[in-house]
Design a protein around this ligand. Structure first.
Ligand code: GLN
Length: 400
């Protein structure tokens, strides 16, 4: 058997040898295997809004069951254009500037495939959502990492060094990937930070590819700013978003890109041959979701703030040092206090012996050693789930 596996390896591409399957999604499988509480993968375990589930059911019943237009159902693109104007003041032409894909995940890979040539460099803040690494490899781009440094005080912010960022830009730089509100740190980039990034993009003629999937999940009075809304950026930004996190429907796989006409054209070509289109009835339901009243979004953020404030004390009590997130629904923690060899040994122990699944920090870093003292917990879960996790975590032996 082992011989057969070696034999089969010769058929594989060099690219796939350079990355593994997602650790985040592997942790969900382990949670199921060991009956652990899953605070690893970021998906809600509570119901999606009834109205939008009804819209999905009606779409199927009304026979919206064939392919939508490849770039997305027209009414969904119109709803995206309308809401992007309302929320971010960005106007986009639904006919020429918006492309609906199978989740933000496909948006990101389609964009990179559409813009990168072999050897192009892409700047990525680190720690980063793990998809960006394989995305860069698959598109032939060379990632160039810039560190986000954890706050020194529990209540501080993750920051980057301006000189380090500047040093990452040069004439091979094609794009910068930005994720705000950020997964896994919970950082919400400030206007001043975005302006700095904008200035570098303009100076070095670089594209910004911005993943804004947590747009509405904000705490402590932070505001989300789309870099495309900054002067000089609309024509050099691909803005990525989707229904997954805002409407608690991560399995629907409906996301979108907003980009200037020529870039949209290129993204549409890649998208067409990758997946043809996102699920048609769920695009209809997505259009309905984008029509929800503004109270919905306030409640969403409020609900997540309450969940954050429920999980963080439980983590602190169990011996974790927590970095308070300002947005998105993850808490990055420091596990130094437990005295484990590294994050992998720790999360293995956690899922098997304690019954809680979390994501090892190394999966968010290029060099695993940089994440060896960090572990991420997702709190997009029901109170009962968070409380059960808290109860189990109290069994963790604190070694110092
Ligand atoms: N963004 C989610 C996370 O970080 C996972 C998304 C996915 O698995 N596609 O956990």
């Amino acid at each position: 058997m082992a011989d057969a596996a070696i034999q089969q390896k010769q058929f594989l591409s060099d690219k796939v040898e350079r990355f593994t399957e997602s650790v985040i999604r592997e942790m969900t499988r382990q949670a199921m295997l060991y009956g652990a509480v899953n605070l690893a993968q970021g998906f809600p375990d509570f119901p999606a809004p009834a109205d939008i589930k009804r819209a999905a059911q009606e779409a199927v019943a009304n026979d919206i069951n064939q392919y939508a237009i490849t770039w997305g159902a027209r009414n969904l693109r119109q709803a995206i254009a309308r809401q992007t104007e309302v929320w971010q003041g960005i106007s986009a032409d639904p006919e020429t500037e918006i492309t609906v894909c199978c989740g933000s995940t496909e948006c990101m890979i389609s964009t990179l495939l559409a813009v990168c040539n072999a050897g192009d460099e892409v700047v990525i803040f680190e720690p980063f959502y793990e998809n960006y690494g394989p995305d860069a490899i698959l598109s032939g781009a060379k990632p160039r990492f810039v560190k986000l440094r954890p706050p020194s005080m529990a209540d501080g912010e993750w920051t980057f060094d301006e000189r380090e960022l500047r040093a990452a830009f040069h004439n091979q730089t094609k794009a910068i990937i930005l994720n705000t509100p950020n997964n896994p740190t919970g950082k919400v980039f400030t206007r001043a930070e975005l302006e700095l990034i904008r200035d570098l993009c303009v100076e070095f003629n670089v594209l910004a590819i911005t993943d804004e999937i947590y747009e509405h999940i904000l705490y402590d009075g932070t505001k989300h700013i789309s870099i495309a809304s900054l002067e000089g950026m609309r024509e050099r930004t691909v803005t990525i978003n989707g229904v997954s996190k805002t409407y608690s429907v991560t399995g629907w796989r409906v996301g979108w890109t907003i980009a200037p006409f020529a870039i949209t054209n290129a993204i549409r070509k890649v998208h067409d041959f990758l997946t043809v289109g996102a699920p048609a009835p769920l695009q209809e339901a997505g259009a309905a979701a984008l029509g929800l009243a503004s109270e919905y979004y306030q409640k969403l953020a409020h609900g997540y703030r309450a969940r954050r404030d429920r999980l963080m004390p439980a983590l602190a009590e169990a011996g974790f040092k927590c970095f308070r997130p300002r947005g998105a629904y993850y808490v990055m923690t420091d596990i130094s206090g437990f005295g484990f060899a590294d994050d992998l040994a720790f999360t293995r122990y956690l899922v098997k012996e304690i019954g809680v699944a979390a994501v090892p920090g190394s999966s968010f870093y290029n060099d695993p050693r940089d994440g060896a003292r960090q572990v991420r917990f997702a709190f997009c879960k029901r109170d009962e789930t968070l409380d059960e996790a808290g109860k189990r975590l109290r069994r963790l032996p604190s070694r110092i």
